[in-house]
Design a protein around this ligand. Structure first.
Ligand code: DQA
Length: 165
């Protein structure tokens, strides 16, 4: 079992009604359901390991930090993270991810490079496994595919390094 945390930052609970020109009409619940369905499909197509998703959204920096701190003890091995506005402000969340040694993909629904200049800087991109920005809600599905691939590769690396021990 590979537990993946889908971590959603501030104001993403408003998706669907929030600035639809930028973020579309898809709600946060729609994104969670899309991801759950996609994970079920990936599990059906692959019997090497089973993906399980956990979803968490908060408008509070401290709650997001606590969720990251607890990830290890909850068996979470990877995160899909849209830090939302904290992308551009939060050294504390960056330190939490580094402290917990939690690998993650950074996701943005909008293309942050095509918006205001202050959105071009991220406290996460240089420590992320990868970054997806501007592909709408579909970016989460692409991130899950990438996480699945990454976890599969890690699993076979572990099996290979365990051989002969
Ligand atoms: C966002 C982009 C951020 O700049 C913004 O503050 C958000 C959402 C995105 O998904 O496009 O809240 O992360």
């Amino acid at each position: 079992m590979a537990n993946v945390l889908v971590l959603q930052g501030p104001n993403l609970n408003l998706l669907g009604s929030r600035e639809p020109g930028l973020y579309g009409s898809v709600t946060l619940d729609d994104i969670s359901s899309m991801l759950d369905e996609h994970a079920a499909q990936l599990n059906e197509d692959n019997d090497e390991f089973e993906l399980s998703l956990e979803h968490f959204q908060s408008n509070s920096e401290s709650e997001l930090i606590d969720r990251i701190h607890n990830a290890g003890k909850d068996g979470i091995v990877f995160a899909l993270f849209n830090p939302a506005a904290f992308t551009h402000t939060s050294v504390a969340l960056r330190d939490a991810l580094l402290g917990a040694a939690l690998p993650f993909i950074e996701i943005h629904i909008s293309n942050v490079h095509a918006r205001e200049p202050f959105r071009r800087h991220s406290y996460f991109s240089d420590i992320a496994s990868g970054v997806i920005s501007g592909l709408g809600a579909h970016g989460y599905i692409l991130a899950l595919d990438a996480a699945h691939h990454w976890l599969g590769r890690n699993q076979s690396d572990n099996e290979t390094s365990g051989e002969g021990q």
